[in-house]
Design a binder for this molecule. Structure first.
Ligand SMILES: Cc1cc2nc3c(=O)[nH]c(=O)nc-3n(C[C@H](O)[C@H](O)[C@H](O)COP(=O)(O)OP(=O)(O)OC[C@H]3O[C@@H](n4cnc5c(N)ncnc54)[C@H](O)[C@@H]3O)c2cc1C
Length: 484
């Protein structure tokens, strides 16, 4: 038998339209799909056990599919270099193929593996797969990275996009390879606090959900995407994109195909364009992280790292537990805690609240989000948190979301609040968004005692927002004067 190609799976747990697997299959020789569980890396991640269970379920389905195609998945535990050294000895592969990852940690890990492989005389091939355009493919006229979304989007949208590859018809495997257990939360001794998943794991589930969305929600996306109570208002593809159970090429190709119909109603055309613009946000933040790899630790606007954060643990706990006294904030935080997902509009509101009402460092929120979100990933999470904190890229400097106005506008019937904050479910709409407006008599009438059954607001929004704006403006002015 000829020497095999190792296909290293990481955050691309699928067989359909997988660049590295597809190219390995084209060699016609034996293929060994490998997944490595690096306990040292895992120890550093904030992720809840539910996220590992989600990944394990995706891996289980992947293993079944690879076996059916002819090349069983080989799962190994250990440090990546050590596992590869063992596999090099065991299998004498001729090459390693993998899909590129743009996070700082992944980049340095991949460089180590590449050096190791070359030292063994093993070829290394990496592929574009996770994005439509790699961070260096989109650039300003001067060849520089973009730091504002809109011009990035214009250039990104105009570039020709790669087509999906499909699934290999069959693979030639290597018989008798030893593989270890699935890395479930239990196997990794990781506590599981998020009880359910908002999204089903695996490529079949991704495909089903996407098919339903592209025939339904996508057509009304522009009008519906901002309403957290609508389960079908957005695609919920983010956990699938995070674990690679569906490809970005597939989503793009299917969505853009709709635009080819000249009779497409204007509302649908706008919706599809809006959806493509969201996919571009994902790539914009990959672009930013690749060009500015220090941003997970430091604000893009450096001077924001001098902001006088208050650091109240008590306020942070109230935010985490969904007990701030602001119903929309609390509904969203409870949705996250119970399902590992939160709607985008709600993410913007709770992030603004943490930073601009509670005056807590955006990094606290970023880490907590990554510990709970099934779609939690460094680029999108850091990028969006910095955006929400007015500490990141993008032009408009100071946005402060009013949690009551957001609630009235985007949960007008209170369905989202009633679902996630059941103690408020019986309140009439008049009070649902602002329960503190109820007199003691009204509280008695509706069977809710504030301060006992549901908290009074832990801060006064108007006062805190004004104080944030003042401190922000002062700091900005101070920085600009110093610079002059
Ligand atoms: C504070 C904050 C933190 C966030 N953290 C993450 C994160 O860790 N991982 C993550 O994938 N998204 C993150 N987002 C972006 C966004 O909220 C989610 O991508 C979206 O809610 C996922 O739901 P969906 O798949 O139904 O989105 P849809 O509306 O159906 O959008 C389709 C896809 O576009 C991409 N997308 C949409 N909006 C954004 C955005 N603002 N930034 C980047 N990509 C976007 C996602 O890949 C999404 O799956 C964050 C947003 C905020 C405000």
């Amino acid at each position: 038998m000829s020497r095999p190609v190792l296909v290293w799976f990481r955050r691309d747990l699928r067989t359909e339209d997988h660049a590295a697997l597809w190219h390995a299959a084209q060699t016609q020789g034996p293929v060994v799909p490998v997944f490595i569980v690096d306990r040292e890396l895992i120890a550093e991640l904030p992720s809840d056990g539910a996220i590992f269970d989600f990944q394990a379920a995706c891996l289980q389905e992947l293993a079944r599919r690879l076996e059916a195609l002819g090349a069983p998945l080989c799962i190994r535990y250990g440090r990546v270099e050590e596992v590869f050294s063992v596999l090099f000895q065991e299998l004498a592969p001729r090459a390693i193929y993998y899909n590129r990852d743009y996070e700082p940690y992944a980049r340095s890990r991949d460089a180590v593996v590449e050096r190791l492989a070359r030292a063994w005389g093993i070829e290394v091939k990496s592929f574009k797969d996770h994005v439509l355009h790699e961070p260096w493919e989109v650039a300003t006229a001067e060849g520089k990275p973009f730091t504002v979304y809109t011009p990035f989007y214009r250039v990104w949208r105009a570039l020709a996009k790669p087509e999906p590859f499909g699934e290999p018809e069959r693979l030639v495997g290597v018989p008798g390879l030893q593989s270890e257990d699935l890395p479930t939360a239990e196997r990794l001794s990781r506590k599981r606090e998020v009880p359910t998943w908002a999204v089903e794991p695996g490529m079949e589930a991704a495909r089903r959900r996407w098919e339903r969305f592209r025939r339904g929600g996508l057509l009304h996306y522009a009008a519906q995407r901002d309403f957290p109570a609508l389960a079908e208002g957005t695609s919920r593809m983010s956990p699938h994109l995070r674990f690679g159970t569906i490809s970005i090429r597939r989503l793009y190709a299917d969505a853009v195909a709709l635009l080819e119909d000249p009779t497409l109603p204007a509302e649908v055309r706008t919706s599809v364009e809006q959806f493509l613009a969201e996919l571009a946000w994902r790539e914009f933040f990959q672009h930013v992280l690749w060009h500015f790899p220090e941003t997970p630790q430091r604000s893009f606007r450096r001077w924001m790292d001098d902001f006088p954060w208050e650091g109240s643990e008590e306020h942070f706990r109230a935010w985490v537990e969904g007990r701030t006294g602001y119903p929309l904030v609390d509904a969203a935080m409870r949705e996250l805690k119970q399902t590992g997902y939160m709607h985008n509009r709600a993410r913007m509101v709770v992030a603004s609240f943490l930073v601009k009402d509670l005056h807590l460092d955006w990094r606290w929120g970023e880490r907590y989000f990554r510990s709970r979100l099934l779609d939690g990933e460094l680029a999108a999470n850091v990028g969006n948190w910095q955006w929400a904190a007015s500490a990141g890229v993008d032009a408009r400097p100071l946005r402060i979301f009013n949690p009551v106005l957001q609630s009235k506008r985007f949960d007008p019937e209170g369905l989202y609040i009633r679902r996630w904050v059941p103690e408020l479910a019986a309140l009439p709409l008049d009070y649902l968004h602002e329960p503190w407006r109820m007199s003691p008599q009204e509280q008695a009438r509706w069977g809710l005692r504030l301060g006992r059954d549901y908290p009074y607001p832990i801060v006064d929004h108007a006062e805190r927002a004004a104080r944030f704006a003042e401190r922000f403006t002062q700091l900005k002015r101070h920085t600009e004067t110093r610079r002059d």
